[in-house]
Design a protein around this ligand. Structure first.
Ligand code: NAD
Ligand code: TYD
Length: 355
């Protein structure tokens, strides 16, 4: 039995779907269902007894204690977090609460549970903390990529809250011996990503005939990884990672934002041509994000050489699959972009205005 937190979100739901497709082990999914959590992502499992959904907050100690005692998981895979940089700039409090206080409280309950385990159950237990490359800060154009020994230098409230949670996980291993693993991954994309993040937002806006907002000069660089590749890396680290270690996960696909947006437009021009012109005509430069990190890049050598993991998708194949998924699932996007989503888009993009 695995206990997954945040399993109704983008990466968590892809992780649960792909893990259950491969193995027989049951999964308890603890998720608060914030705006980013969507049980529809897991519709395919509605009659699968191996998926046990538990609505709740990782910071609810009584609930977490009860869930651990009842289900007795052999490992925790911790995805739950507030995850959007722009939202962390508008309101950091939820990020501090869930990512720092929530993770701290989860670690306390997990430690208490782990203390009750004996023998192989105790030594084989794992707490895998899913984190981000944003904890390392920003790179210059010729700087070497982030490795596991790069000093932490988080720049946004989101990155700072994830960095703090990474430090807590490290301390629980160092101080109490809790068998932890931490992964720091680059930008993900793929099915079920909430359309507040760049790639799904651009696909949605393009199809809706709305502006495609590019922050600043659009020359910021991100390293993109297809979400199902992230999921295989997480499974590999869980299976064979060395306790107490951290592993960087990257896609080896550094791209400028403007090139990402243009590539999406080109795929859409082919798959669903506009009546006139190109989707690229909708590109609009808007005011930059405050403190915007210029470049992220991952040195994934440790995961590759130690654990033999490799991404399957290239950016080109992964992006095509992603665009196809959004074209085939308009109802999913429609459902998640009503109400609260509209309010967010108005607040965020009205603040920015035209560049
Ligand atoms: P997401 O925002 O899509 O999903 C987060 C999930 O966590 C949602 O289902 C939400 O309901 C749940 N959640 C939030 N607060 C909670 C709480 N207090 N208790 C229980 N559940 C709660 O995020 P994502 O993009 O799937 O990211 C998952 C994890 O991966 C995060 O920890 C994030 O920092 C990390 N990560 C994301 C990326 C990326 O590109 N998306 C890259 C690297 C690392
Ligand atoms: P995002 O998907 O929010 O991920 P992150 O900030 O965690 O990297 O943004 C990816 C990049 O795209 C980032 O450099 C900000 C930029 N961006 C835009 O240019 N326009 C947008 O509307 C959004 C949401 C992001």
């Amino acid at each position: 039995m695995l206990l997954v937190t945040g399993g109704a979100g983008f990466i968590g739901s892809n992780f649960i779907l792909s893990t259950l497709a491969e193995a027989g082990e049951a999964i308890v999914n603890l998720d608060k269902l914030t705006y980013a959590g969507n049980l529809r992502n897991l519709d395919a499992l509605s009659s699968d007894a191996r998926h046990i959904f538990l609505r709740g907050d990782i910071g609810d100690r009584a609930l977490v204690k009860q869930a651990l005692e009842r289900h007795r998981p052999r490992a925790i895979v911790h995805f739950a977090a507030e995850s959007h940089v722009d939202r962390s700039i508008v309101g950091p409090a939820d990020f501090i609460q869930t990512n720092i206080v929530g993770t701290g409280s989860l670690l306390e309950e997990v430690r208490a549970y782990w203390d009750t385990l004996q023998g192989a159950q105790r030594t084989d237990f794992r707490f895998l903390h899913v984190s981000t490359d944003e904890v390392y800060g920003s790179l210059g154009p010729t700087d070497p990529a982030f490795s596991e020994t790069t000093a932490y230098a988080p720049n946004s409230p989101y990155a700072a809250s994830k960095a703090a949670s990474d430090h807590l996980v490290r301390a629980y291993h160092h101080t109490y011996g809790l068998p932890t693993l931490t992964s720091n991954c680059s930008n993900n994309y793929g099915p079920y990503q909430f359309p507040e993040k760049l790639i799904p937002l651009v696909i949605r806006n393009a199809l809706a005939g709305e502006p495609l907002p590019v922050y600043g000069d659009g020359k910021q660089v991100r390293d993109w990884l297809y979400v199902l590749d992230h999921c295989t890396a997480v499974r590999r680290i869980l299976e064979a990672g060395r306790v107490g270690e951290t592993y960087n996960i990257g896609g080896g696909s550094e791209k400028k934002n403007l090139d990402v947006v243009r590539t999406i437009c080109a795929i859409l021009d082919e798959a669903r041509p506009r009546a006139k012109g190109s989707y690229a005509d909708q590109i609009t430069f808007v005011k930059d994000r405050p403190g915007h990190d210029r470049r992220y890049a991952i040195d994934g050598a440790k995961l590759g050489t130690e654990l033999g993991w490799q991404a399957k998708e290239t950016f080109e194949t992964g992006l095509r699959k992603t665009v196809r998924w959004y074209l085939d699932h308009p109802a999913w996007t429609e459902e998640v972009t009503s109400g609260a989503y509209r309010n967010w888009v108005e607040t965020n993009y009205a603040r920015r205005g035209a560049a």
